[in-house]
Design a protein around this ligand. Structure first.
Ligand code: ACO
Length: 349
């Protein structure tokens, strides 16, 4: 049976580091509060004008392709996951295709936020397994720093997020003991508004009767974009952090177990769990629930913050670069986020 395998992986972290102390000049926060609640010590921000979500993805993709021994001309499909695209439309996939001077290949954009890379990987995996494509570039990239409220009003969200990009080249393999064993994707839109950026959008307050905690002034969202929206900070993301936390600590372990069960394996078999770097406290909770040792869970949120769709490929790349993943190792990738959406992928490196 043909499986897909990660033939090359790369990451790009913008050089500009922003510590918790640096954030204090913009908002009422503290290093202690941020570290205690999230584990984050620093994050990186892209250059305001010279770097975009797409340009960062190009850097990560170049490294992944070089490591896979693949040229831009060999790539036959792009799957691009982001929630912070360069344009409202078209998506970043075509901008990446243009920047890398690739052939007129298909370029698909994925809008599944923190689970975006898992969704992207799963889609690419199906195309490889059916024999449709042989070299797929799968990317997660985010430039959050351009769209956050850096006043005290937005501090519960803005301290969490960072910028960066990760990419893999997926190729077919016929080796028995290698490749993606299975992927598992889920959603529950019941709480869509609990972690969301409502505007600009076409909702015109249609869903205002639901969980619109941030939407009590109902006239605010009745235009695609308005001065009132900006004055009321309705153009920034909204997060009910505690609800997200409660759901995440249930769904993360569930979807990891689903992947292990589907393959007749147990948590003890895992060499490494690479969870989406949502919040160190969430990862620690998941580790405890699955009774995993410290060396079985990879965390790097301390240095990069939460980079949403980029966090899983960045963490996977860093773990591989540190020698924590060797050929034949069992690795589980898992994510949970806005939607809510969640997913996992189990693979043998
Ligand atoms: N600095 C200082 N104080 C802050 C900050 C900050 N950056 N942010 C919020 N506060 C204050 C609040 O104003 C509030 O003050 P008050 O009691 O005077 O009103 C107090 O801290 C507690 O606020 P909560 O929002 O209740 O804080 P909570 O304890 O829930 O912690 C957090 C917030 C860290 C977001 C937590 O809810 C959490 O971990 N949630 C999980 C969500 C998450 O990790 N999301 C990541 C992105 S989504 C994803 O990737 C899945």
């Amino acid at each position: 049976m043909v499986r897909s395998r990660i033939a090359g992986i790369g990451k790009y972290i913008p050089p500009h580091t922003v510590t918790n102390h640096d954030l204090i000049q913009y908002m009422d926060t503290s290093d202690e509060w941020i570290q205690e609640r999230t584990g984050i010590r620093e994050r990186h921000y892209a250059h305001r004008t010279e770097e975009t979500t797409t340009t960062m993805s190009v850097e990560a993709a170049r490294i992944a392709m070089e490591r896979a021994g693949t040229r831009a001309q060999d790539i036959d499909f792009i799957v691009f996951a982001t929630l912070s695209p360069d344009y409202y439309f078209p998506g970043c996939g075509v901008l990446l295709q243009r920047a890398m001077q690739m052939k007129e290949i298909g370029a698909l954009d994925i809008r599944n936020q923190c689970s975006g890379f898992l969704y992207a990987l799963s889609v690419a995996d199906q195309f490889i397994k059916t024999g449709t494509y042989k070299n797929i570039l799968v990317v997660g990239s985010e430039k959050h720093s351009f769209g956050l409220d850096f006043s005290t009003r937005g501090r519960n969200i803005s301290v969490i997020f960072g910028d960066g990009a990760g990419a893999v080249v997926l190729q077919p393999t016929e080796e028995q003991e290698q490749g993606i064993l299975s992927t598992h994707l889920h959603s529950d839109g019941e709480s869509a508004e609990l972690l969301a950026m409502y505007n600009p959008g076409t909702h015109a307050n249609h869903w205002a009767a639901r969980n619109y905690a941030a939407f009590n002034e109902s006239e605010i969202g009745d235009m695609f974009m308005s001065h009132a929206m900006i004055d009321n900070a309705q153009n920034f993301p909204f997060m009910d952090g505690q609800s997200v936390f409660k759901k995440a600590v249930v769904k993360f372990p569930e979807v990891i177990k689903e992947a292990l069960n589907a393959n007749g394996l147990a948590p003890a078999d895992l060499k490494l769990l690479i969870p989406h770097q949502a919040n160190l406290r969430i990862s620690q909770f998941v580790q405890q629930k699955l009774q995993l040792r410290d060396d079985q869970v990879f965390n790097n949120i301390q240095h990069y913050g939460n980079t949403t769709a980029a966090s899983v490929p960045i963490a996977l790349c860093e773990a591989w670069e540190q020698g924590r993943i060797q050929k034949g190792d069992l690795v589980c990738l898992a994510a949970f986020g806005s939607g809510f959406t969640w997913g996992s992928a189990l693979l043998k490196w």
